[in-house]
Ligand binder design. Structure first.
Ligand SMILES: O=C(O)CCC(=O)C(=O)O
Ligand SMILES: [Fe+2]
Length: 351
């Protein structure tokens, strides 16, 4: 199942906050019980580690070697841990602390950030799209970061007071990093470095999703986020610095992603799988929860403006690898449509 979460979508109704259910320590209501039960201690694995500072060292040996590693990561796992990214550790800590402080406020104090009925942005949990929908054991805060002039600041927390400044600072850093990564992604498959970025037509969007996974007395029957691939071009995830939970599917097996302090987990999204003509993999992933420790994470989805058409880079379309996906606009809307029908969005745009 693919979640439709990373861009503005039509209005939906809401459910109670998981934080409030969790406070009572009750067993999860039936709507949260997943069919495919989570593995609470999957084998932990070292997903590839990419050093951005080495990547940016150009044609020197280190740079070339790292570019090869990047290609291997994108074509096998579809994700990697990014180190050497240049974001000060203190800023990453401040982002974590600010998010935790916000989520830990009592519901009444988060009121001003509540997602309006007709919006996807704001604080809340799963929008209910159908009676059969299984809900995630998480509360979220969704905020668009870029373009800056479309930020809905009235939904941005004012408590804690540093939230806005810290998140804006993080957003600036991510813009720089994702741009550098997208250039390297193009170079690693022999394309001009601006090949993927050009498809965005200078109009990029960054949507943040702060995730809070409260403790659950039955972590064996719920998921913080059900299995999904991201509908983004690229996603950058700041994992909780103490509590693990992220799992990635590879060749039919789930693997736990260990925490590397101050590393960012980068994963290919569906739109990058499309632009790379299927060469890069948009991995299925999910998040398990814990009976004793709450968990936090921050996913930032980098994606093209919905008005801009994207498609497989023509230089990656060959006789051996014909065009795999059709050109399209507004993948988020396609994703949303498929989600409602229980279909996989990537399959629906496959040629
Ligand atoms: O919390 C995590 O580790 C994963 C979150 C995620 O996959 C998402 O927000 O799309
Ligand atoms: Fe995700």
């Amino acid at each position: 199942m693919v979640e439709a979460i990373d861009a503005p979508l039509p209005p939906t109704s809401t459910t109670p906050q998981v934080q409030d259910i969790s406070l009572h320590g009750d067993d999860p209501p039936p709507r949260y019980i997943v069919r495919e039960l989570p593995d609470l201690s999957p084998p932990s694995t070292t997903i590839p580690i990419i050093d951005l500072s080495r990547l940016l060292s150009g044609d020197e040996d280190g740079g070339r070697e790292e570019l090869g590693e990047l290609k291997a990561a994108l074509t096998s796992w579809g994700c990697f841990q990014l180190i050497g990214h240049g974001i000060p550790g203190e800023l990453l800590d401040e982002v974590q602390v600010s998010a935790k402080q916000f989520f830990r406020l009592p519901s009444e104090e988060k009121q001003m950030c509540f997602r309006p009925e007709d919006d996807v942005e704001g604080y809340g949990n799963d929008p209910i799209l159908s009676d059969k929908q299984i809900l995630d054991w998480s509360d979220r805060l969704l905020l668009k970061l870029v373009p800056e002039d479309t930020r809905k600041l009235h939904l941005w927390p004012t408590n804690p007071t540093q939230f806005r400044e810290v998140v804006s600072g993080y957003s600036d850093e991510l813009k720089r990093i994702v741009e550098a990564l997208m250039k390297a992604m193009a170079r690693c498959v022999g394309l001009e470095e601006d090949c993927f970025l050009k498809q965005y037509g200078g109009k990029e969007m960054m949507m943040s999703r702060f995730n809070h996974y409260p403790v659950c007395p039955r972590p064996d029957v719920v998921l913080g986020v059900k299995a999904h691939s991201d509908g983004s071009g690229v996603t950058v995830l700041l994992q909780d610095d103490k509590v693990e939970g992220l799992q990635i599917l590879k060749e039919g097996r789930w693997y736990g992603v260990p925490i590397i302090p101050h590393a960012l987990v980068v994963n290919v999204g569906d739109q990058m799988q499309i632009m790379s003509n299927g060469i890069f993999k948009s991995p299925m992933h999910r998040a398990a929860v814990s009976a004793t420790r709450e968990r936090y994470s921050l996913a930032v989805f980098h994606l093209p403006d919905p008005e801009v058409e994207i498609g497989p880079a023509q230089d990656l379309v060959t006789k051996e690898l014909p065009q795999q996906y059709r050109n399209l606009k507004n993948y988020s809307a396609i994703n949303f449509d498929c989600f409602q029908k229980g279909e996989i969005a990537l399959d629906s745009v496959k040629i």
